[in-house]
Structure formats: C-alpha cells, structure tokens
Design a protein around this ligand. Structure first.
Ligand code: 6OG
Length: 162
C-alpha cells in the first residue's frame, strides 16, 4: 500500500477543431514529460484560478488565446515510491484567437481524431482522450511505475459532475 501526502495542481488543455475532427497537440521540448506529445498546460500559480492557469499556459506554450474553455475531467497521477501526486484539471477549447506557434516549451501540430499518436504520449492518454472526444466527463487515477512508462493501476469514473 502506498499513500500520497500532497499533490501539485496542474492544468491540461486540449484544443479541438470539431469541423475538421482534429486535435492540437504539442511535443514537449523541456521539463517534465520531455519528448512526449501532450496537450498544453502546467502548474497553477499562486493567486490565479485553475482556469486562469490553464489559459496562461496555452498562451505561453502555443501562443493562442482560448475563447471558450470547458472543464471535462480531472486526473490524479501518482508514481511508485513518490508521495507527491499530480492533480491535473483538463479543459477543452474549441475556439481560440491566434495561430498555434512553436515556442521554447512546445511544438504544436494538428492530428486527426483517427490518428492520435498514443505511442508517443503518456500511457493514460489512450484511456481518457476518447472519452473527451465523445463529450464524456471523467475522473481518473493512474498509478505509474517509477520509470513513468507503465500504468500499474487505474481507476476511472465517467459522467462525473461539472
Ligand atoms: P509542467 O510541470 O511542465 O507541466 N501531465 C500529464 N499529462 C498526461 N497526459 N499524463 C500524465 O501522466 C501527466 N503528468 C503531467 C500536466 C506538466 C504538464 O504535463 C501534464 C501539465 O500540463 C503522468 O509545467
């Protein structure tokens, strides 16, 4: 049995183009999850709301400004032999201002819903991204191996409240 004794608050935004059935993802160029393809997000800073944090990270990492933001899920990530969990609040944005641009942190690219590069993403993503694309709200807990490559345990709840 293991326990987490604290958690960090983070955000993740998935930008969707529903008309073209495309999702904007970015290759992370530095920091946690470097080399992986993911949505845009990061740590919520003191003095900002979770939504403000998500919006700021999208602007910093892809140079676009969210017009709409809908919270669709929350994931808790824990890691073997690590008492600190990551509580990640997940948003969908369907309208934005600006053009997705490569930054020091991320290299954005559009992918078809049918061609999402799960093999280059965190192992949890293939579980909840299909739910997100299907407008299903979710709450999950994924416990990762120490090398961050494998999900050792997962618990998923769907159709959670707003
Ligand atoms: P910085 O610490 O670089 O933000 N993140 C995860 N995303 C997925 N899909 N799976 C995980 O499984 C994740 N762990 C963290 C949250 C890190 C960014 O990476 C996301 C943030 O958007 C373990 O500021």
């Amino acid at each position: 049995m293991s326990f987490i004794t604290s958690s960090k608050l983070l955000t993740l935004i998935l930008v969707l183009n529903e008309k073209e059935q495309k999702i904007l993802l970015g290759m992370k160029k530095r920091g946690f999850g470097v080399g992986k393809i993911n949505g845009f997000g990061g740590k919520v800073e003191a003095g900002e709301t979770i939504e403000e944090g998500a919006r700021r990270e999208l602007l910093e990492e892809a140079e676009i400004e969210a017009i709409d933001m809908t919270k669709v899920g929350v994931n808790m990530f824990t890691f073997e032999n690590d008492p600190v969990g990551l509580e990640v609040h997940i948003y969908v944005t369907k309208e934005f201002k600006g053009t997705p641009t490569e930054t020091e942190e991320m290299k954005p690219e559009w992918y078809s819903y049918s061609d999402i590069p799960y093999s280059q993403m965190w192992a949890d993503d293939k579980v909840w991204i299909p739910l997100l694309l299907n407008n299903t709200r979710f709450m999950g807990h994924y416990h990762f191996s120490q090398d961050q490559a494998t999900v050792l345990y997962e618990k998923l709840n769907v159709n959670i409240h707003d």
